[in-house]
Design a protein around this ligand. Structure first.
Ligand SMILES: Cc1cc2nc3c(=O)[nH]c(=O)nc-3n(C[C@H](O)[C@H](O)[C@H](O)COP(=O)(O)OP(=O)(O)OC[C@H]3O[C@@H](n4cnc5c(N)ncnc54)[C@H](O)[C@@H]3O)c2cc1C
Length: 635
């Protein structure tokens, strides 16, 4: 496996045949049969077939993911605190989302004529604009002549369990502070409650409802299994005191379960799903309509001595123990908080000049020239090119805002419809079309997670790959995390992640594929590392990205797609600007040696760099991966 130095060649290697399409996320064909996914593999290798002896237990910072999946029942046992049927996988019956919807439907219609209303603000709903649940809560409060109260649970136990990055938590807190300011202007209190034990949330919610005279609690549905189970528990607990609960569809544009194949199943292939999504939305434009802002509470709520007045004293903390963010100022610069900032990010993606160096620039992108909405040279106008170039300001950088719900995906679609005479354009011909296609990926992966909840419990979508034997070499994993693999694009990507808590999509794909295919490290290790470092971490998209890269997911492209990290580097960073920016030790390397310094520089030139030689050799690593995937279980 030792990599060989090229004889000072300046020639680019020819790209692998399987890399012909620069954007393979769109190169799909419908060959995934649901039948293949029907049964869990009977005989799974211990710890998903890992060769490492240490991978079942946490072992230091880079320790393996908890792969306690041996008998297919005790999987992820630590999360059973929410599971109403501990020890059982969600697919043993209805999905948690089905169960939640059923539980909502079981409630008697609310007969309340008065009382206050609580809006249960979740981690994916950090805004007051265009928010389905909040708008509904506000209208209920008005109908009943009551007040609207907003509550947010700080739940470090949940955050630890969900591997939240300190930067993500910092972003949540900064956005909460913005939301609190906006709500205060409307005389609506935002109460921040720190929850010691996450399973106490339903009881505490019931206590608040009683204390504050609430007759309804409203939230937005979140599709992840823990969140569904939590919300089922909230409904059950509140029903004991006749408090009605509503959870509304808001996070995704089209609710999961609506779009079905001809056989009545959830789509597992993106392209036909995307056609169905576009057609459905085009004839149900109300799904994209904006929800009204919440109405102000009567000022009497703040009256001194009044029961609810003290709720306005609740403060958003600037940090939470266990999630201290070490680079708050830099995060504030890159990712300013608040829905106003999110709107600026979107507007500047639409009207500011593309083709500029986007690294280290604030997401708001005010620094680039205004060339007019959807102009050819605007960022959205040249999205088809720009989104594949890792050093450019080619993509919107909206992902942190979308995943925390600081802006709605509906608002993104509406903004593009304004550019297209009110039409929803989805496809591959223009920047707008391509961007909307990417925005739809977010819905697709949300639907996948809802239909196959095992993917959010560290299971493979394609179950036969649970037998794949991973190398799980901890030293290799550590070097990948640190950006020291000797493959410049991979290392630059990993340093970008560590530094800015965000990564360009092309870098995510290249780094994830490198870890899972070249290093044969379990995708769950990578998924967890990303969750712990990304500011935009979202279970559905992160998991799907990882399973796509590992060829264990819904993507019907077969396992033998293995990116060549060098040719990827030449395509996505042709001038090496991204690499030179993130790898200062290579900043002096000239020409195309930047993509492969070990092979393209002389030995003495290379040795001066303080840069490692490649950790594995591409061709041999590729062949090893192909063999492992061809026959899951083989070593
Ligand atoms: C291994 C891996 C892990 C990923 N983890 C996450 C994650 O935790 N959170 C996350 O939001 N995205 C994730 N993605 C998807 C994608 O990389 C990011 O959404 C994108 O890079 C965000 O940049 P942007 O906002 O500039 O995107 P743009 O190109 O401007 O796209 C606009 C929006 O569309 C959505 N979107 C675009 N591409 C995808 C995609 N492939 N999957 C799902 N949604 C998409 C995002 O909400 C994005 O903000 C991951 C991809 C991979 C390969």
């Amino acid at each position: 496996m030792a990599p060989k130095r090229q004889a000072a060649s300046k020639k680019s290697p020819s790209p692998d045949a399987d890399e012909k399409a620069l954007d393979p996320t769109l190169a799909e064909h419908g060959d995934a049969s649901d039948g293949e996914m029907a049964q869990p593999a009977k005989k799974r290798k211990t710890s998903a077939g890992s060769k490492s002896s240490k991978d079942d237990k946490k072992s230091g910072e880079y320790g393996g993911a908890p792969l306690n999946d041996d008998d297919g029942k005790t999987f992820n046992a630590k999360r059973n605190d929410w599971n109403p049927n501990p020890g059982k996988l969600p697919e043993d019956g209805k999905t948690p989302l089905d169960q939640l919807r059923e539980e909502l439907g079981k409630q008697k219609a609310s007969e309340a004529k008065d009382g206050n209303v609580i809006w249960f603000m979740g981690m994916k709903s950090l805004r007051i604009e265009d928010n389905r649940g909040l708008a509904h809560a506000s209208s209920l409060a008005k109908e009943r002549g009551g007040h609207l109260i907003v509550v947010f649970f700080i739940s470090p136990g949940d955050w630890k369990m969900h591997d939240r990055a300190p930067q993500r938590i910092d972003f949540v807190l900064r956005n909460l502070a913005e939301v609190q300011k906006q709500l205060q202007e409307l005389n609506i209190p935002l109460v921040i409650h720190t929850q010691k034990k996450r399973t106490d949330i339903p009881k505490d919610m019931a206590r608040f409802a009683k204390e504050w005279g609430a007759t309804s609690v409203v939230g937005n549905i979140e599709y992840e299994v823990d969140e569904c189970w939590r919300d089922i528990a909230v409904i059950k607990e509140l029903s004991k005191s006749n408090v009605h609960v509503d959870f509304l569809e808001d996070v995704y544009v089209v609710p999961a379960g609506v779009l079905k194949t001809g056989q009545g199943n959830q789509y597992s292939v993106f392209s036909p799903w995307n056609r169905s999504w576009t057609a459905y939305l085009s004839s149900n434009l109300d799904l994209i309509e904006e929800s009204p802002l919440p109405e102000a509470n009567d000022a009497s709520i703040r009256k001194k001595g009044g029961k609810l007045a003290p709720l306005f004293d609740s403060k958003v903390p600037s940090s939470v123990e266990g999630f201290e963010c070490e680079n708050v100022d830099y995060m504030k610069k890159l990712w300013p908080a608040g829905s106003h900032a999110a709107r600026t990010v979107l507007d500047n993606f639409i009207k500011r000049k593309g083709g500029e160096n986007g690294m280290d620039a604030p997401a708001t992108g005010d620094c680039w020239d205004d060339v007019g909405p959807n102009a050819k040279e605007s960022r959205i106008g040249r999205y088809g090119i720009g989104r594949n170039l890792v050093s450019e300001n080619g993509s919107s950088r909206l992902s942190p805002y979308l995943s925390a719900g600081v802006i709605s995906a509906r608002a993104c679609l509406r903004a593009t419809m304004n550019l297209e005479k009110g039409k929803l354009k989805v496809g591959r011909s223009t920047g707008v079309e391509m961007w909307n296609t990417e925005v739809s990926f977010r819905d697709f992966y949300g639907h996948v997670l809802a239909a196959w909840p095992r993917v959010s419990m560290q299971r493979n979508y394609i179950l036969k790959y649970e037998a794949v034997v991973w190398e799980n070499n901890e030293e290799h994993f550590k070097r990948w995390c640190e950006g020291k693999t000797g493959y410049p694009l991979i290392d630059a990507g990993m340093r970008q992640l560590a530094h800015s808590s965000w990564q360009h999509n092309r870098a995510r794909m290249a780094c994830a594929m490198f870890l899972t295919k070249h290093l044969l490290c379990d995708w769950r290790w990578g998924e967890r590392h990303y969750a712990r470092h990304l500011i935009d971490s979202d279970l559905a998209s992160n998991n799907a990205g990882w399973q796509w890269s590992a060829s264990t997911g819904t993507d019907p492209q077969p396992y033998f797609r293995v990116f060549n990290p060098t040719s990827q580097s030449e395509k996505c960073d042709p001038n090496g600007e991204y690499i030179r920016h993130w790898l200062p030790e290579l900043s002096g390397v000239k020409g195309n040696a930047i993509h492969e310094p070990f092979a393209r520089l002389s030995r003495s030139e290379f040795e001066k760099l303080d840069y490692p030689k490649p950790i594995v050799e591409h061709k041999a690593a590729r062949e090893r991966a192909l063999a492992r995937f061809k026959q899951p279980g083989s070593t």
